[in-house]
Design a protein around this ligand. Structure first.
Ligand code: FES
Length: 105
């Protein structure tokens, strides 16, 4: 799948990710050298992997309760905020636009 990532400075780049490896979006972003801390290693505990779904199917924009607990502690979050470690790479991501919102990036 291919999707677009917008960094903190507003630069957009297309990222391609394999679907068959069970990766999370966070892992793919890290592997693409985006500065995501992901201190908790994908356990939905640190919220440093925060992204906003600018464009994509609505399911992508719906955070689970576990995620919401983390997102609500952030100074700012958005209606389509997600923790990228909780998004599995799937064809739903195809064509999506993801904005990095993590702190300390
Ligand atoms: Fe820590 Fe996603 S990596 S919440």
């Amino acid at each position: 799948v291919k999707f677009t990532v917008e960094d903190q400075d507003g630069n957009r780049q297309e990222v391609e990710a394999p679907m068959d490896m069970g990766l999370s979006l966070m892992e793919v972003l890290k592997a693409s050298d985006y500065p995501i801390l992901a201190t908790c290693g994908g356990m939905a505990l640190c919220a440093t992997c925060h992204v906003e779904i600018l464009d994509g199917p609505s399911e992508l924009g719906e955070a689970t309760d576990v995620e919401l607990d983390q997102l609500e502690n952030l100074p700012e979050y958005y209606p389509t905020s997600r923790l990228s470690c909780q998004i599995r790479i799937s064809d739903e991501l195809d064509g999506a636009v993801i904005k990095l919102r993590g702190e300390d990036v």
